[in-house]
Write a protein that binds this ligand. Structure first.
Ligand code: PFF
Length: 445
């Protein structure tokens, strides 16, 4: 059903490109800072291993067996009631919501590459005012940078799986890793380095609260791009003989390695200059720039590198958010890729502008619904409702609906019986129950 395939390493690179995003470099460090450090890291690693990895493999299995988009995958793989199961494919629409605010944040990052060169703030107070000012007052510049991020993302997807998505990942992912390693090497020379390592790797479980556990599970989900058919769509384009188990381990490993490296780099700067680790979402936009400022020209260079790495990570993830929906539209409605992208792009662009307006003080009234800004509505609906729901449906479908012997047949060449049993148990019970608990807690408590 689906034509174009990735080349060698294409799936691993593109999935790693999808997984490694703003979630790793922006979100993971600030969440760790807010949740007390090492103990949170341990919980995060456990959830990645027991929930994230299982679900990742489940999505790969669905994509690989069906060779199709999420809607058709449920339809093709359900032994009965296919016409009902196909509604589980609702997840391909989640991307439209995520993409709108994700590209706005990439737009901010573009602006920070520029700020890094000429206008680093000299104090945290100034940095806070400048970030807050950008988000709440600067309509036209934000629209400009959002449009840039949006156009770049759609342009890459328009080139196709191999010439667009794979090619961009082949170039940007190694560059991202190199930049991070350069920053890591520099961080090693600073006094804050050992403090950062201690902060991240010596757990103090007295600091853990139930909210930290919930946050870790939710993030394991977001960071591995699960619950919206992205990994499924990429797996549908996998070459025939690829070792799917090894590929899944590899992606989860790379994703975790980048999050930890980014964490060490960021906290080294924070501790080196005696700043606070628990700053919340403003950590990289507000706390880091004034610290870079203190390093003079070197700081400008480091800052440009840092925000460029963040932009690369964001772009390769944004691209992966578009692909499942485009794949669905071209498969289902026999649309050309171009027409699908124009239709989807128009919706995302309008959502993006509304989301952006909802943060602007003077325009808020036009983009507030049910007392909540559109930006927050998009973030909340996708991260707290649609992604976990998508993940739960996938786990239940793979665990209870697809025939076990079919799964075993596909996975046996790549894993021993013990590992298969462990995975099967996790996908049947641990994952759906874990995700359910997180969702209920996020929604009602
Ligand atoms: N995994 C990405 C990150 O950590 O930033 C975000 C993401 C990408 C979520 C693709 C969902 C998705 F389908």
């Amino acid at each position: 059903m689906h034509g174009e395939r990735f080349g060698r390493m294409g799936f691993i690179l593109a999935s790693a490109g999808s997984a490694i995003g703003l979630g790793n470099i922006w979100k993971f460090p600030y969440m760790t800072g807010e949740n007390g450090g090492g103990a949170f890291v341990v919980i995060y690693l456990l959830t990645i291993t027991f929930i994230g990895l299982s679900l990742f493999l489940a999505e790969v299995v669905m994509g690989r067996l069906s060779r199709s988009d999420a809607v058709s995958a449920f339809e093709v793989l359900a032994p009965s009631h296919a016409n009902l199961w196909k509604y589980s494919g609702f997840m391909i629409f989640t991307g439209m919501l995520i993409l709108a605010f994700y590209t706005i944040v990439i737009g901010w990052i573009f602006k920070y590459i520029y700020i890094s060169t000429f206008a680093l703030p000299s104090s945290v107070k100034e940095a806070g005012a400048s970030f807050g000012g950008m988000v709440t007052t600067e309509t036209i510049p934000q629209i400009f940078f959002f449009t840039l991020a949006f156009a770049l993302t759609f342009w890459i997807v328009s080139k196709g799986v191999k010439k667009g998505i794979e090619k961009v990942n082949v170039i940007l992912m190694p560059l991202l890793i190199i930049i991070l390693l350069v920053l890591f090497a520099y961080a090693m020379s600073l006094d804050g380095f050992s403090k950062a390592v201690t902060f991240l790797f010596s757990p103090d479980f007295s600091k853990v609260q139930s909210t930290s556990i919930l946050a870790a599970v939710g993030h394991a989900f977001f960071t591995l791009s699960l619950g919206m058919g992205t990994i499924m769509a990429y797996a549908a384009s996998m070459p025939k003989h690829e070792n799917i188990v090894k590929a899944s381990f590899m992606v989860a490993f790379l994703d975790t390695a980048v999050a930890l490296t980014a964490g060490i780099v960021i906290f080294t700067f924070i501790f080196h200059f005696g700043a606070e680790p628990s700053q919340g979402p403003g950590l990289v936009f507000i706390s880091l720039p004034p610290l870079f400022y203190q390093l003079g020209l070197m700081g400008n260079i480091i800052s440009v590198l840092f925000f460029t790495a963040l932009a690369f990570a964001g772009i390769t993830s944004a691209v992966s958010i578009v692909e499942p929906t485009v794949m669905y539209m071209t498969n289902r409605f026999k649309m050309s890729r171009k027409k699908a992208l124009i239709t989807l792009g128009s919706i995302v662009y309008v959502f993006g502008i509304l989301a952006l307006m909802s943060n602007i003080e003077t325009l808020k009234g036009y983009a507030t619904f049910f007392g909540k800004g559109f930006f927050d509505i998009l973030d909340f609906t996708s991260s707290s409702i649609l992604l976990p729901l998508g993940g739960m449906v996938i786990a239940i479908f793979v665990g209870f609906v697809i025939d076990r012997t079919r799964l075993y047949g596909l996975l046996k060449p790549f894993m021993n019986d013990m590992l298969f049993k462990l995975w099967y148990f996790s996908i049947k019970y641990i994952t759906p129950i874990g995700v359910f608990i997180v969702m209920v807690n996020k929604l009602f408590f």
